[in-house]
Design a protein around this ligand. Structure first.
Ligand SMILES: *Cc1c(COP(=O)(O)O)cnc(C)c1O
Length: 405
């Protein structure tokens, strides 16, 4: 007898969801490393293309390993349909370009991942699609921007790197009244801590590169939405423009997702402890973490998220020099621009991920030169504390010296 997967609890879905065993009865998901498929006869090929028979045609359209991943993602997100893509950016790009046309209007939160910001601010206007940014935390700005018709809203919550939240139900209501669909980049929360479709969003996009792989190996992306939108809007775009995910990478992601709950839970618990620890350290001027009492949107965080996530952002005294001094002193935490890895990674957003947006936009987003983003991994929390403590210790004498000058 087969189980109804929708009745399984989330961590069981992560392990069993979407599995399609072949007649060999393999335990692990099979890797279908094939570009094409053969038919029993010419009639079956004809019926497949006519749509009267279901048969894989070509891996740009669909592939059994990708199907397993897509079904598993649907089960954990509570979505009707999913398509995976080669990267997170391919997912965002496909979600936007498949839905929009010249003359349309997009409203987006300012605090977007750099490449998402570029698509909205630079790429879309080239095709006659108007775009407008608002401060994601300010509902009045959303209200003003959505008092005129719009076709699409794009937002990220919590945002990178300042962990600012957007009130999903409130913005979804305003967006729908303006005629727009709501696309949420849910990378920071993961489907385990926040399910935007249940909060009013229409489309959820992921960079599977982050927590879903979680071990820094492959790139991947996913778009989840209603079956109708995926079939009518997204699938023709993906099928004909070709951002398809490699079956090998899909297989790596399937194995990564099996441990997603364990990893996000462990790293999230550690991140909450690290956030509290950092707040007490000399040389640290501020800490941002969604569930902390000093987060300006703590109540909203509790309403729409079940955990604060795996990223902690903090500011050190001494601006860029201070931040570089601390980062260069890390012995365990690595300097990287990636996140969502089993290894803890530190980023200086002002000079790397958010360098291109310019000083003025960084100031608007609160990304000062002293801000460091740490993606907490799976190391022992006490080892991370030791590393942070010894690195911050370097800073203290230097700051008191400069204060004395
Ligand atoms: C990494 C990331 C992306 C882009 O994903 P890629 O897999 O690198 O293409 C988009 N949005 C957010 C929030 C990200 O962190």
């Amino acid at each position: 007898m087969t189980l109804d997967p929708s009745r399984l609890r989330p961590s069981t879905r992560l392990v069993h969801g979407g599995v399609q065993r072949t007649h060999h009865g393999e335990t692990a998901e099979a890797l279908f490393l094939t570009s094409g498929y053969v038919y029993d006869n010419a009639e079956q090929a004809e019926a497949t293309f006519a749509g009267t028979v279901e048969h894989y045609q070509y891996s740009r359209f669909a592939n059994p390993t990708l199907t397993m991943l897509e079904e598993r993602l649907c089960l954990i997100e509570g979505a009707e349909a999913c398509r995976t893509t080669a990267t997170g950016m391919a997912a965002v790009n496909a979600a936007l370009l498949s839905h929009l046309k010249a003359g349309d209007r997009v409203v987006a939160s300012r605090a977007l991942f750099g490449s998402c910001h570029w698509i909205v601010s630079t790429l879309l206007p080239k095709f006659g699609i108007h775009s407008e940014f608002v401060d994601g935390a300010d509902l009045d700005q959303w209200r003003a921007a959505l008092s005129r018709p719009a076709q699409l809203v794009l937002l990220e919550t919590p945002s990178n790197p300042m962990l600012e939240l957007v009130d999903l139900p409130a913005v979804a209501e305003l967006a729908h009244a303006a005629g727009a669909i709501v696309v949420v980049d849910n990378v920071f929360a993961t489907p385990l801590l926040q399910q935007p479709l249940k909060l009013g969003a229409d489309v959820v996009v992921y960079s599977c590169t982050k927590h879903m792989d979680g071990q820094g190996r492959v790139l991947g992306g996913a778009v989840l939405a209603s079956k109708k939108w995926i079939d009518d809007t997204l699938q023709p775009f993906i099928r004909n423009t070709g951002p398809a995910l490699s079956p090998f990478n899909a297989w790596v992601l399937l194995k990564g997702i099996e441990t997603l709950a364990l990893r996000v839970d462990a790293a999230g618990r550690s991140a909450a402890v690290i956030a509290d620890f950092l707040a007490e350290q000399p040389g640290v001027t501020r800490v941002w973490y969604p569930m902390r009492a000093d987060h300006p949107q703590q109540a909203l965080a509790h309403r729409q998220m079940s955990g604060g996530g795996t990223v902690v952002t903090f500011e050190v005294a001494g601006g860029k020099d201070g931040a570089f001094q601390v980062m260069n002193a890390f012995q365990l935490i690595a300097v990287s621009n990636n996140l969502g890895d089993s290894k803890s990674l530190a980023t200086h957003p002002a000079t790397t991920t958010h360098m291109r947006i310019g000083e003025q936009e960084r100031a608007r987003l609160g990304i000062t030169d002293g801000v460091i983003r740490v993606s907490i991994g799976l190391e022992d929390t006490d080892d991370l504390k030791d590393d942070l403590r010894q690195a911050l210790h370097r800073l203290v004498p230097a700051t008191s010296r400069s204060a004395a000058n």
